[in-house]
Design a protein around this ligand. Structure first.
Ligand SMILES: O=c1ccn([C@@H]2O[C@H](COP(=O)(O)O)[C@@H](O)[C@H]2O)c(=O)[nH]1
Length: 238
């Protein structure tokens, strides 16, 4: 998979999503889209099939986290949706991650990519230590979870772009870093904490940046998407 910008389609209805996607109708490249809990809970699996039929790649960001048997069975259901990337919440126990991989793998041996969240990009080191009682430096926790995910056979992790280079140093260059927490230099940060710009994310080695509100809430979403592409991919636009 090559580097790309993934648009987080955090809408609560198909109508709002379609109004947004229609703005991209005349684009040569079909944006890679992220479907998260809000849209999936509102519209169900049908929305994934509809987006797929329009030719977009999909990162289905449902952040599963449960006992291994439940995760395995849920992943088998998601696998049938034929998305490109699925995820687990925390890169937790090896048993859960291995069960997820088993559930995702189809009879013919194919499966979507599977990644796991390390620490949410809205979490600061201080909040992680105080609220979650994880008494370690945040970078160390992210690297530990990334290593666990790699050892369990996952394809990559969700982390901040600020951590992408370090994750690659620990887990290897082929291990994917999918990175939300992206803001334009002149943009609002909102509830995100570990943020940087698309250009810096590129410099730090992110494979995919996940960008929601800076595009979806922009006065001109297509222009904001092009800005992300320019800053993140530079001259490497396919
Ligand atoms: O650690 C994480 C994991 C997932 N996300 C998701 O990415 C987008 C970011 O949206 P913005 O509007 O650009 O903040 C959103 O859908 C989150 O659920 C994340 O931000 N951090």
């Amino acid at each position: 998979m090559s580097k790309d910008v993934i648009i987080a389609c955090d809408f609560n209805s198909k109508a709002d999503l379609m109004t947004f996607l229609d703005k991209f109708e005349n684009e040569d490249r079909k944006p890679f889209l992220k479907v998260g809990m809000e849209l999936f809970y509102a519209e169900g699996p049908a929305i994934v099939k509809e987006i797929k039929a329009r030719g977009h790649k999909i990162f289905l960001d449902l952040k599963l986290h449960d006992i291994p048997n439940t995760v395995k069975k849920a992943m088998a259901v998601l696998s049938a949706l034929d998305v490109d990337i699925c995820n687990l919440h925390a890169a937790g126990t090896a048993a859960m991650m291995e069960a997820a991989l088993e559930g995702l793998t189809r009879a013919d041996g194919t499966r979507p990519l599977l990644i796991a969240v390390t620490q949410l990009t809205s979490t600061s080191e201080e909040r992680m230590q105080k609220d979650l009682l994880i008494d370690r430096p945040l970078d160390e926790v992210v690297m530990h979870y990334a290593k666990n995910a790699k050892d369990a056979g996952l394809d990559g992790v969700v982390c901040s772009p600020l951590e992408a280079g370090k994750v690659k140093a620990v887990c290897g260059d082929a291990f994917l870093t999918v990175t939300p927490g992206v803001r334009f230099a002149d943009g609002e940060v909102g509830d995100q904490v570990r943020v940087t710009t698309p250009a810096k994310a590129r410099e730090l080695g992110s494979d995919y940046i996940v960008v929601g509100r800076p595009i979806t809430q922009a006065a001109d979403p297509v222009q904001a998407y092009h800005r992300c592409i320019r800053e993140f991919l530079g001259g490497e636009v396919e």
